[in-house]
Design a protein around this ligand. Structure first.
Ligand code: UD1
Length: 361
């Protein structure tokens, strides 16, 4: 089969890396990079460290408003799909590049497979929710990471083509944890030891773009009385500067602001943290895989199972709740096998092969 894999952002790269290798064993893969992320630390470091093959097409779209970014990506992806005529377009997650790839493909009557179909926030003001819902509704094959994702799709009337495969992020985590153990030097570089710091990340629009929410988070981080390692997303840095908050964080003795980190350093920082504070869906899962308690700086999560088993707690940007969770939140329950066995990539490729066979007979 000829499969066009469309990626654009760092979470896409992490999801695609091993599946892409698996696909290439029996199929021809065309890798299309929309260029939504482009800074070295947001983009190339993932290709270099994880040995992701050079994209066949780099569309270089970059940043902009949602409509601008999605529209530009659609126009460029359409051109490539018209030239390459793949049997299947493969898209990942919930980014603008995901939706752009799906819309460009469906309009060309190209079949779409969506990896990480089905998680929901039940809130259309979250841009990722819109991207994921729309992508799911135009996809032919939907690879759901969890049972709740399957149930969400069913509620929306999508049952055909849905497969519970487990989560490709677990595949990547298990594989690259070993690499990180050998090669990540971030703990030494920052002078950290296991369990003595909190890892914090913030990048969701409703936390970064609303002054009150970002201000609350900064004020909690300053008052928390714990060492915080804070790899800072460019969007967050921009807004901190705009709201006059950046220097407060930079000068705080308990906070270490660092540039965005690659995947290997991110795994190492997560596995060795006392707790993780984040609004990232991916990091919530990686904290779970690492058996590190997660405090989610959001009102909702695409991964409610992690909250149900009490390894994750939702606190939004509420100062009291965050401080309480940092002091008191300790998972009591045993972990459950929520995200599969770490072999999602094989399940996905075998479903794709079977689908192709049935289509042609
Ligand atoms: C996107 C995804 C989000 C994912 C996140 C991971 C959407 C709607 N959101 O959010 O689901 O969790 O990626 O990081 O697609 N910027 C740079 N350099 C870069 C990339 C971005 O400076 O390489 C800055 C720009 O100012 C840009 C802003 O970050 O305007 C936001 O970037 P964008 O790609 O729009 O969304 P993310 O916040 O990264």
């Amino acid at each position: 089969m000829k499969i066009a894999s469309i990626v654009g952002t760092r979470p896409n790269f992490v999801k695609a890396v091993l599946l892409s290798k698996e696909i290439r064993r029996k199929n021809k893969e065309i890798l299309i990079h929309a260029g939504q992320h482009y800074d070295y630390q947001m983009n190339k470091i993932f290709f270099d460290e994880l040995a992701i093959p050079e994209p066949n097409y780099h569309l270089g779209v970059g940043s902009g408003t949602h409509a601008y970014q999605t529209g530009e990506m659609m126009k460029k992806i359409e051109k490539v799909l018209m030239k390459e005529r793949p049997d299947l377009a493969l898209v990942y997650g919930d980014c603008n590049s995901t939706l752009a790839g799906a819309l460009a493909a469906v309009k060309l009557h190209c079949l779409i497979a969506h990896v990480e179909a089905g998680p929901r926030f039940f809130d259309k003001s979250v841009p990722e929710e819109v991207n994921r819902v729309l992508t799911d509704h135009v996809s032919t094959l939907l690879f759901a990471p969890t049972q709740i994702a399957v149930d969400n799709l069913k509620r929306e009337g999508i049952e055909q083509g849905v497969y519970l495969t487990g989560d490709v992020m677990l595949d990547s985590f298990l594989h690259f944890s070993k690499v990180a153990e050998r090669s990540s030097k971030i703990l030494d570089r920052l002078g950290l030891s296991k369990g003595e710091y909190l890892l914090a990340t913030v990048h969701r629009a409703r936390n970064t773009d609303i002054k009150e929410n970002l201000g609350n988070l900064v004020s909690v981080f300053l008052d928390i009385g714990e060492k915080i390692i804070f790899p800072i997303h460019p969007r967050t840095e921009k807004h901190l500067k705009q709201f006059g908050l950046f220097n407060k964080l930079k000068n705080a003795p308990n906070i270490k602001l660092i540039p965005p980190v690659g995947y290997l350093d991110s795994i190492s920082l997560t596995k060795n943290a006392k707790k993780v504070l984040t609004d990232s869906g991916g990091l919530q899962k990686e904290a779970y895989f690492s058996k590190v308690p997660c405090i989610t700086l959001d009102e909702a999560t695409g991964w409610p199972e992690t909250v149900e088993v009490e390894w994750n707690i939702l606190v939004g940007t509420n100062k009291r709740k965050i401080i309480e969770a940092v002091k008191q939140f300790e998972p009591k329950g045993k972990q459950k096998n929520i995200f599969g066995s770490g072999r999602a990539r094989e399940k996905i490729t075998s479903i794709i092969s079977r689908f192709e066979l049935e289509k042609n007979t």
